[in-house]
Structure formats: C-alpha cells, structure tokens
Ligand binder design. Structure first.
Ligand code: AMP
Ligand code: MG
Length: 356
C-alpha cells in the first residue's frame, strides 16, 4: 500500500474543541481523511460515517474484512436522527440517559444515507457517544457522525496508547491525536435493542449487571462465551487481539489450575520456549520459572487487568515470548469482557483442569 505521511498531534487529555490541533484534526476528517484518536475504551480510527470513500480508507488501513461493520460515534443525541430510522423506545432512552457518554454501543434500525460500508450491508447501525474529552472535542469540532473501529491492524490487540497505533498504522493513516493512554482498556459493550429482549452482542466497559439494573431482562449472545459459526455481531467471528506467541487459558479450580500452569511452564521451557504468564497480582510469585510474568488487578478488582490487557499482549510480542499462559478469571462484572477477549486472543485454546 502507498505510504502516507501520518501526522501526530499531542494534546492534553482535557482539551476542548477550540484547541488548534483538534480543529485541524476535525477539518481533516471533514475532508475525508482517516484520523486516530483516544476514547475512554481504546484508540479509535475515525472517518466521516456519511462518506463511503472516507470509510473505505478505514477498512484499507486496518485490513479489516468488509463484512465487519463499524461503530458510529456521536457527540450529541441530536445526531441520532442522522443515523437511525425509529422512535427511541423507552428502554433505549433509559440506556442513553444512564450510560452515555460512556462505553456502551447501542444497535438501532439504520437510516438510509449512512455509508453501506459502515453497516456492512446490515439493516442496523451501531452507535455510541464516547466519554473522553479528546474524542468528544473532535466530534463536536467536526460536527459529523464519525465511524471509528479500534485503531489497530485487524487481528491484533486493540491500541490503548498512541504508540500502539503507530506500531500498527504509521504510514497508513492521515493522523493520530495523542491524548495519552485510554482508561478502561477494552472496548465498549455492544447491546442490540432492535429485538424484544435486549441482547448483549459483545461484553465490554458496561457490565451485564449494570445493564440488568436498568433494563431488567437482558440476554447474552452465545458467541460471547463459546466459539460460534455465525455470531450476531459479525466482528465476533474473527481472530482478534492475537499475540504472536501461542496462547492458552487455564481454567477450573484454583489450586489445580496453578499446578497445571507450573507443569506446562516446565515442559515448555524444556522445549526451549520463552514462556509468558498473564495473571492477577495475588498469583504473581507462583511461577518463578516463567521468563515473563505480567500481573494486573486482583480477584476483588479486575479493572486494572482490563486496562492493561492489550498492552500486556503487545509486551509479550516485543519480548519475543512464544508460549503464553493465562488464568481464567471470574466471569462476573468486567470479568465477562476480560474472559471474552482472552478466549479470542487465545483462539479458544482452553485447558479445563476440572475436566482433564
Ligand atoms: P470495533 O469497532 O473494532 O470495536 O468493532 C465493532 C464491533 O461492533 C464489531 O464486533 C462489530 O461486529 C460490531 N457491530 C458494529 N455494527 C454492528 C451491527 N449493526 N450489528 C451487530 N454488530 C455490530
Ligand atoms: Mg476492533
């Protein structure tokens, strides 16, 4: 692909829409360019959602399959009328009130006029309002709905810093607004509100429990916990977040799990492999033989693990780790999203010590 000059603007996390860097980035988006910027989840790669030629550049830069639709980002609920072809239901209104701006993407019936590429030909569109001053300022300055998937090459871990974006997309996109590292570290929750019962298609920053409190009954798409041929969120079927090394999840009763991990580490080291461990802080001293141990968060608070997960996978790549073992975490709260991403990163390679 033809290399382009990728401009970087470094801004304070709390900029407003009048900052010259924001004005310039927004102007370039209006002209059909593709620009990466931070959100509270991960860095997004933005383009004008109403212009097919601009959106095409996102797919080209990422190497993203064209049947994987994009999330459209907005700065105000007024912009919804450009995108959706329905009166907001009471439940959707409550979601918006409670969680926007924030890491919740809502699937609505789409309106004509949005680029078909954005929705990958579906009759629905995914929309969210990000909770990050840099993202919101760019959206306000551009005054356009901006389609923005994660700003990584397709298949790689999502970027949580501007450096990660550069590692993947330097020379392939028009610009990067560097506003420091993102907060939550994993992507938004995607909820489909077009059916009778709200359905989570992808777990993320807003938990199932939070959604149940507002909506009552909420179902989980089976693809979240098990590998499926045809998930309802097209993106869920692709390899994603994958590190270069072979990765396995060890799950089941804690003591047996740790014993199993120790045995596997020994075996792999004998085979001459460089072994990396991703675990929680309580367990970081259990694996002295491993070459690299990355530990974040604890049983009581898994948010730091979410925040550092993609960075950890990229670190293993940089260290040349060729065998990665990670422990399962409890799938309540943010744990559901963490396990979903770990399963995908591991290509669903799981050892269940309770079923050996
Ligand atoms: P990313 O932007 O890389 O975080 O990925 C966006 C996610 O939202 C992917 O898993 C998409 O498949 C999903 N998505 C986007 N639009 C829709 C839609 N209309 N229906 C279902 N899932 C969608
Ligand atoms: Mg992505």
């Amino acid at each position: 692909m033809h290399k382009i000059d990728t401009k970087t603007w470094t801004v304070d996390k709390n900029v407003d829409e009048l900052h010259p860097a924001i004005v310039e980035a927004a102007e370039r988006l209006k002209q059909g360019e593709v620009i990466a910027f931070p959100t509270e989840t991960v860095y997004g790669l933005g383009a004008n959602a109403l212009e097919t030629a601009a959106v095409k550049k996102i797919f080209a830069a990422k190497g993203r399959p064209s049947d994987n639709p994009l999330i459209v980002h907005i700065a105000s609920t007024q912009q919804l009328s450009l995108l959706i072809d329905e009166e907001l239901s009471e439940k959707s209104k409550r979601l918006i009130e409670e969680f926007w701006p924030g890491p919740l993407t809502i699937i609505f019936k789409r309106k004509e006029g949005i680029s078909e590429l954005v929705t990958a030909g579906l009759v629905t569109v995914a929309v969210r309002m990000p909770d990050h001053p840099v993202a919101l300022s760019i959206l306000k300055a551009a005054n356009l709905p901006i389609a923005a998937p994660s700003a990584n090459r397709s298949g790689k871990p999502s970027p949580t810093t501007a450096d990660h974006v550069k590692q993947d997309l330097d020379g392939l996109i028009d610009g990067i607004v560097d506003g420091g590292s993102t907060g939550i570290g994993i992507e938004s929750t995607v909820i489909d509100m077009t059916g009778i019962i709200p359905t989570i298609l992808r777990p993320g920053g807003i938990t199932l429990e939070q959604l149940q409190q507002v909506l009552g009954q909420v179902t989980l798409d089976p693809a979240i916990q098990h590998q499926q041929e045809k998930p309802r969120s097209p993106g869920m079927k692709y390899t994603h977040y994958a590190p270069l090394g072979e990765m396995w999840i060890v799950q089941g009763e804690e003591h047996r799990r740790i014993e199993q991990m120790k045995q596997l580490i020994e075996k792999q080291i004998k085979l001459g492999k460089k072994v990396g461990i991703l675990t929680i802080e309580e367990h970081k001293d259990y694996f002295p033989l491993a070459d690299s141990i990355i530990a974040y968060g604890s049983k009581d608070n898994l948010y730091p693990m979410a925040e550092q997960l993609y960075q950890a996978l990229r670190t293993f790549d940089i260290q040349g780790v060729d065998f990665i073992l990670t422990e399962s975490v409890d799938e309540s709260g943010i744990g559901l999203a963490i396990m979903n991403r770990l399963r995908k990163a591991a290509g669903h390679k799981i050892i269940d010590v309770d079923n050996l």
